[in-house]
Ligand binder design. Structure first.
Ligand code: PLP
Length: 462
């Protein structure tokens, strides 16, 4: 008698036939099949076969509060029962989004006092592009329609935002970036041709931004976008003072400075917002992910007083034609308020302590023959593997290091981000215990040792 297919097996088949996965090789995914996650608690997830793993990446660097927070579930249920939806159109609103906007404004740097809620990070970035264009029209300078971002940066995958993203995968085959989207080089301290001197890197970036603005036309540039730490580019941490120097340069050049805190916000690097690490106030800031800790979708654009006021005055009695049905969704906002209470009730503090432990633990792997670089801040880190430390030779692309290393970590009970060519990314939940952080480090060491024993890797080692 043929055996009944297990639930996990039948899901794999249904997934293969019907679910299109984000940023995946459709063929590669179909061949490998989905790994179904079934439940989670704290920093541990359990798959459909009962295997338990430490989630060293908090889903997609978003479940900052950890899984299974009952108070968050209760807040969502309460809101769903009382008022599951309220539009923000027609001068209507609901209590939770109003309170969340006020809470964010109170905590955000400087005068970022005005909050437009989105559904995630990509549409938050996309909204900034529209607000910024509107801002310059309102100022009587519609010719300021050129945007600059940083190589290896990620700003989501909306039609317009994906061109500010500077990763070829998001451009190839899509006909972007557009000709109004420009880049300057990344600070990338590990592979910077200028070397490791932080001051030299800062000065070079400032000079490059000035030259880029000059080349485009000083009165043509609308805005410059920065991630306080480049996430999807491989967790690239700029030298201290880099973000501040570029912010100051933008102010001097009269162009808007946008801080994309979609990953770095909500305790990921220590404080609630990473802009505080550098003591800067951007003109606009985007957040998502940790805003609701991934329990429900939500992102936001925070605007400074002068940006908001200019747009308001420019529109006058006319509506500013930008809006989404689910902007300021009350259930997401109720979750956001509860998650914020958890952060401030101890998770930020725990995250700071665990972040220091994670950084120290991962740096302890530096002497491993495969480790070229360890970098990060707080609960955000990367370990870059190389086959030759002196030459910084990446693992050969032909070895499909990303899937190979992801699989090997999975076998050890660890989920990490496995970037192309052998970079591990870490962004554990802020609720991690000391023993969970230690396990993340130890399991990584085990993966490195197994990788060193991998005959295909051995064959390319120098
Ligand atoms: N901006 C940054 C810096 C991000 O890291 C991301 C996602 O990782 C986004 C924007 C896009 O956010 P989402 O995936 O929620 O659309």
């Amino acid at each position: 008698m043929p055996s009944k297919p297990s639930l996990a097996n039948s899901l794999v088949e249904l997934d293969r036939q019907h679910l299109v996965h984000p940023v995946s090789s459709f063929h590669g995914h179909a061949a490998r099949g989905v790994r179904v996650l079934a439940s989670a608690k704290g920093a541990t997830v359990t798959d459909a076969e009962g295997r338990q793993l430490i989630d060293g990446f908090a889903g997609l660097w978003c479940v900052n509060a950890g899984y299974g927070q009952e108070s968050v579930v209760a807040a969502a249920m309460r809101q769903m029962r009382e008022l599951p939806y309220a539009t923000g159109y027609f001068d209507l609103g609901a209590e939770a989004p109003i309170r969340l906007a006020a809470a964010l404004a109170e905590r955000a740097p400087g005068d970022l006092n005005h909050v437009y809620f989105t559904l995630g990070g990509s549409d938050a970035v996309d909204s900034t592009i529209r607000f910024i264009r509107y801002y310059w029209h309102a100022k009587g300078q519609p010719e300021r329609d050129q945007f600059i971002s940083v190589a290896q940066g990620y700003h989501g995958s909306s039609s317009a935002g994906a061109g500010l993203t500077a990763l070829p995968l998001f451009h190839d085959g899509f006909g972007i970036p557009y000709n109004w989207q420009h880049k300057i080089s990344s600070h990338d301290l590990y592979r910077n041709p200028l070397g490791h001197d932080p001051q030299a890197v800062i000065e070079a970036s400032v000079a490059e931004l000035r030259a880029k603005v000059e080349a485009i036309g000083p009165d043509r540039v609308a805005a410059f976008y920065v991630e306080p730490i480049q996430g999807s580019g491989g967790v690239l941490v700029p030298p201290d003072g880099w973000v501040r120097a570029l912010r100051e340069t933008c102010a001097e050049l009269g162009i808007l400075f946008v801080a994309d805190e979609v990953i770095t916000g909500f305790g990921r690097t220590g404080p609630l917002f990473a802009c505080k690490d550098e003591g800067i106030v951007p003109d606009l800031m985007t957040v998502a992910k940790g805003l609701t800790s991934g329990y429900v979708p939500m992102g936001a654009v925070l605007m400074s007083d002068h940006v908001y006021q200019t747009i308001a005055d420019g529109a006058g009695a006319k509506a500013v034609g930008h809006g989404f049905t689910y902007s300021a969704h009350p259930v997401s906002a109720a979750v956001g308020l509860e998650v914020l209470a958890l952060y401030e009730g101890g998770l930020l503090e725990n995250g700071r302590r665990m972040g220091a432990r994670l950084q120290a633990g991962l740096r302890g792997l530096s002497d491993h023959p495969l480790v070229g670089d360890v970098r990060g801040r707080g609960m955000l880190a990367a370990v870059e593997l190389v086959t030759d430390k002196a030459a910084k030779t990446p693992l050969p692309a032909a070895l499909q290091a990303a899937t190979r290393l992801f699989d090997r970590a999975w076998e050890q009970g660890l989920i990490v981000r496995s970037f192309a060519q052998g970079v591990f990314g870490y962004a554990p939940p802020l609720c991690c215990t000391e023993s969970e952080i230690d396990a993340i480090v130890e399991r990584t060491r085990k993966v490195l040792d197994l990788t060193l024993d991998d005959p295909e890797i051995r064959s390319v080692l120098s």
